[in-house]
Design a protein around this ligand. Structure first.
Ligand SMILES: Nc1ncnc2c1ncn2[C@@H]1O[C@H](COP(=O)(O)OP(=O)(O)O)[C@@H](O)[C@H]1O
Ligand SMILES: [Mg+2]
Length: 294
C-alpha cells in the first residue's frame, strides 16, 4: 500500500505510538481517513483519543510508526504545519472571544480588509451568514456576541469556519460531550454536512450512540491500544456499544477464569459447573461481540 497523490487517503497512520515519559499513551495504532468519510474514534477516559488527535493536529509528534498525509510521510512541528496541509482541528473548549460578534469570531486571525486598512465588515458579515446558511444553521443575527450562542451552535460555527478556510480534514475532539440531546443532534447533522462536502472527518467521542449513525469507520481505543477498527458494514450498533461497555474486559475475565480453572475444560470433565464453564461462556460471549484479544 504505497498509494500517493490523488489515490492516497487524506491521512494514514500505521502502527503509531507515543509515550509521555514512562507512560504509554498510544501503541501500534492504525487508521485511514478518506475524503467524504467520517472516522469515529471511541474510547474511555485515558484511552489515548486526545493523544491521537494531537498527533494528527500537529501538537505532538509520534515516537513510532508512520504518519502520512496524502501519501507523504509527515511529522508536524506545529498545528500551523498541519493546517497548511488542510488539517483543521476543533477543540471542545473552543478558542472564541465571547463578547465579539459571530462574524468577527468566524474571521478571527484571518480578517478580510479593504486594501491595507479598514476591515471589510460587510464582506465578513455576508460571508459568515451565507456559510452558516449553506450548512443549515439559521442565525438570526451574525452581529450577536458569539457568547450568546448555544454550545452546539458555537461548535457549528467553528466547523463552518474550518470548511470555509479550506480544510480537507476536520478533526473534532468530543464536540458533543458537553451537549444535551438536541444540541448534540445539531452538531451531528453538521458533521454529516461536512462529510457531504467531501471532507474527511475524524470524530472523537465516547458515545457510541453519537458515533454509530454518522460514522463510516470506527476505531476503538483502550488504554492506548486499538481493540477494534472496522468499517460500518462490519460492526453493528450493539457491537459498538458492547465494545465500549467493556467487551474487552469480558475477554480478560474469561482468560482469568480459565487460569483459575486450570486451563480450558476437557470434554466430559464436568466443566459445566464452576469457573471453567463460566470461562467458556464468557469466551463465547466475547467472540460473539467480535472482541479480538491483542
Ligand atoms: N501531557 C501528558 N503528560 C503525561 N501523560 C499524559 C499526557 N497527556 C496524556 N497523558 C496520559 O496518556 C494517556 C492517554 O491520554 P489521552 O490521550 O488524553 O486519553 P483520552 O483523550 O482518551 O482521555 C493517559 O494515561 C493520560 O494520563
Ligand atoms: Mg481526551
Amino acid at each position: 500500500m504505497t498509494a500517493t497523490g490523488k489515490d492516497a487517503p487524506l491521512v494514514r497512520l500505521e502502527g503509531v505510538g507515543k509515550d509521555y515519559g514512562n507512560i504509554i499513551a498510544l501503541r501500534d495504532v492504525s487508521l485511514e481517513v478518506a475524503a467524504g468519510e467520517v472516522t469515529c474514534v471511541l474510547g474511555d477516559n485515558g484511552a489515548g483519543k486526545s493523544t491521537l488527535i494531537k498527533i494528527i493536529a500537529g501538537l505532538h509528534r509520534h515516537d513510532s510508526g508512520t504518519f502520512e498525509v496524502g501519501g507523504e510521510p509527515v511529522s508536524f512541528a506545529s498545528p500551523r504545519a498541519a493546517l497548511d496541509l488542510g488539517i483543521a482541528t476543533v477543540y471542545q473548549d473552543l478558542a472564541v472571544v465571547p463578547l465579539m460578534p459571530v462574524w468577527r469570531n468566524f474571521f478571527l486571525g484571518s480578517e478580510k480588509r479593504r486594501g491595507l486598512g479598514r476591515l471589510d465588515v460587510d464582506f465578513m458579515r455576508r460571508t459568515t451568514k451565507r456559510q452558516l446558511d449553506e450548512m443549515g444553521i439559521d442565525l438570526r443575527d451574525v452581529d450577536q456576541p458569539i457568547g450568546t450562542l448555544s454550545g452546539g451552535e458555537r461548535q457549528c460555527v467553528a466547523i463552518a469556519r474550518a470548511v470555509y478556510f479550506g480544510a480537507r480534514v476536520l478533526v473534532l475532539d468530543e464536540p458533543t460531550a458537553a451537549l444535551g440531546v438536541k444540541q448534540a443532534g445539531v452538531v451531528l447533522r453538521y458533521i454529516v454536512q461536512a462529510r457531504e462536502r467531501g471532507l474527511g472527518v475524524v470524530f472523537i467521542t465516547h458515545n457510541p450512540h453519537h458515533a454509530y449513525p454518522i460514522g463510516d469507520r470506527f476505531l476503538i481505543l483502550k488504554r492506548g491500544r486499538s481493540i477494534a477498527y472496522r468499517p460500518k458494514a462490519e460492526i453493528s450498533q450493539d457491537e459498538l456499544t458492547a465494545l465500549m461497555a467493556g467487551g474487552a474486559e469480558l475477554e480478560e475475565l474469561a482468560h482469568e477464569l480459565e487460569r483459575l480453572a486450570g486451563g480450558p475444560p476437557a470434554p466430559g470433565s464436568g466443566a459445566e459447573s464452576g469457573a471453567a464453564a463460566a470461562a467458556q461462556e464468557l469466551g463465547a460471549e466475547a467472540r460473539r461481540l467480535g472482541v479480538t484479544p491483542d
